[in-house]
Design a protein around this ligand. Structure first.
Ligand code: BV8
Length: 263
């Protein structure tokens, strides 16, 4: 247990308290952000050094206007990120979330991430709020485009997007950019799960991007125990009743191990 970042009694108590809440829970939602993938080698957005936003301005790359202005620059950024994601492997924290499904009757993962790692790890119910970099569509009529035909890029540089064979529009990643609406089905599933859950684990998110950042508040307001897993001290401003200071790959396995003892 001393692996936890602070390693204080408080941290050990926090993981123990979170395990007890999980032991009494029927419905659990796991809300994840970029920090969930950090130990799989995918940079977060706001990490001061390696974070993607520290080198790129989201308005320059993750908006429809950016794609219209410089499609090759935006598409190249995603081609580089897709190569990173496809080279990444789910770490032990992902395996712990899969193991959780055998210990709690109803587990739903709601992720902001587009890297597909929860699905690859074997989580059975995954809601991808911001889409997936495994899927591509055309910017015209949203015609699906085969991901296997999309060029990858070893470096972050301009890559000309393919052209849709059906309508001639440029092909784009099937992800939600800033200023775009989230997929309605994903929002409905996520909001319903958050409002009904007994425990929400909030893992690896700075809670800055809306509407995803509203989920812990929805769960807390509905009476759920909110457990935050994050090495940083004061990230989310949610009613986090239990804060586990540590990395996802350390805390989540410890949490599931403690939960097994309560079973
Ligand atoms: C919307 C997909 C309705 C693409 C992403 C003006 C105009 C329009 C909209 C807005 C506006 N002003 C505000 C908004 C709303 C806007 C928004 O919230 N902006 C923010 C910046 C204020 N939201 C939107 O635009 C959304 N759509 O509102 O539509 C609308 C429509 C029109 C007009 C008005 C409203 C769409 C938002 C989705 C954008 N797409 N991703 C891509 O990936 O390229 S967002 C992207 O950034 C991620 O998906 C994620 O959501 C976000 C990054 O956040 P995190 O995941 O939390 O990552 P971060 O790096 O910040 O934090 C990592 C955390 O992990 C840290 O706390 C760190 O301590 C921790 N950590 C690090 N290592 C570990 C760890 N934790 C555990 N273990 C570790 N090892």
């Amino acid at each position: 247990m001393d692996d936890l970042v602070a390693g204080t009694v408080t941290e050990r108590d926090a993981v123990e308290a979170a395990a007890r809440a999980l032991a009494a829970a029927r419905r659990v939602v796991v809300a994840t952000g970029a920090g969930m993938s950090q130990e799989s080698g995918i940079p977060t957005f706001r990490d001061a050094v390696s974070g993607m936003w520290s080198r790129f301005d989201p308005d320059d790359l993750a908006t429809p206007a950016a794609f219209a202005r410089d499609p090759a620059r935006v598409f190249g950024w995603y081609a580089w990120r897709r190569r990173l994601m496809r080279a990444a492997e789910p770490h032990t924290g992902y395996d712990a979330l899969v193991a959780l499904e055998a210990l709690v009757p109803d587990v739903v993962v709601v992720t902001q991430n587009i890297d597909g790692l929860h699905r690859r790890a074997g989580s059975r119910r995954v809601v991808e709020l911001h889409g997936s970099l495994d899927r591509f569509v055309c910017a015209g009529a949203l015609h699906p485009y085969p991901a296997e035909a999309v060029p990858e890029s070893a470096a972050d540089g301009a890559v000309a997007p393919p052209v849709c064979p059906q309508c001639g529009a440029l092909v784009r990643p099937a992800v939600v950019w800033f200023g775009e609406m989230l997929p309605e089905t994903a929002v409905r599933a996520a909001w319903e799960a958050a409002a009904r859950c007994d425990v929400m684990l909030v893992v690896g998110t700075s809670g800055l991007v809306y509407p995803a950042a509203a989920l812990p508040q929805i769960a807390g307001d509905a009476g759920a125990t909110v457990v935050e897993v994050n090495p940083e001290a004061d990230e989310g401003s949610w009613p986090a009743l239990i804060r586990c200071r540590g990395r996802a790959g350390v805390v989540l396995p410890a949490l599931v191990e403690r939960l097994r003892r309560h079973r």
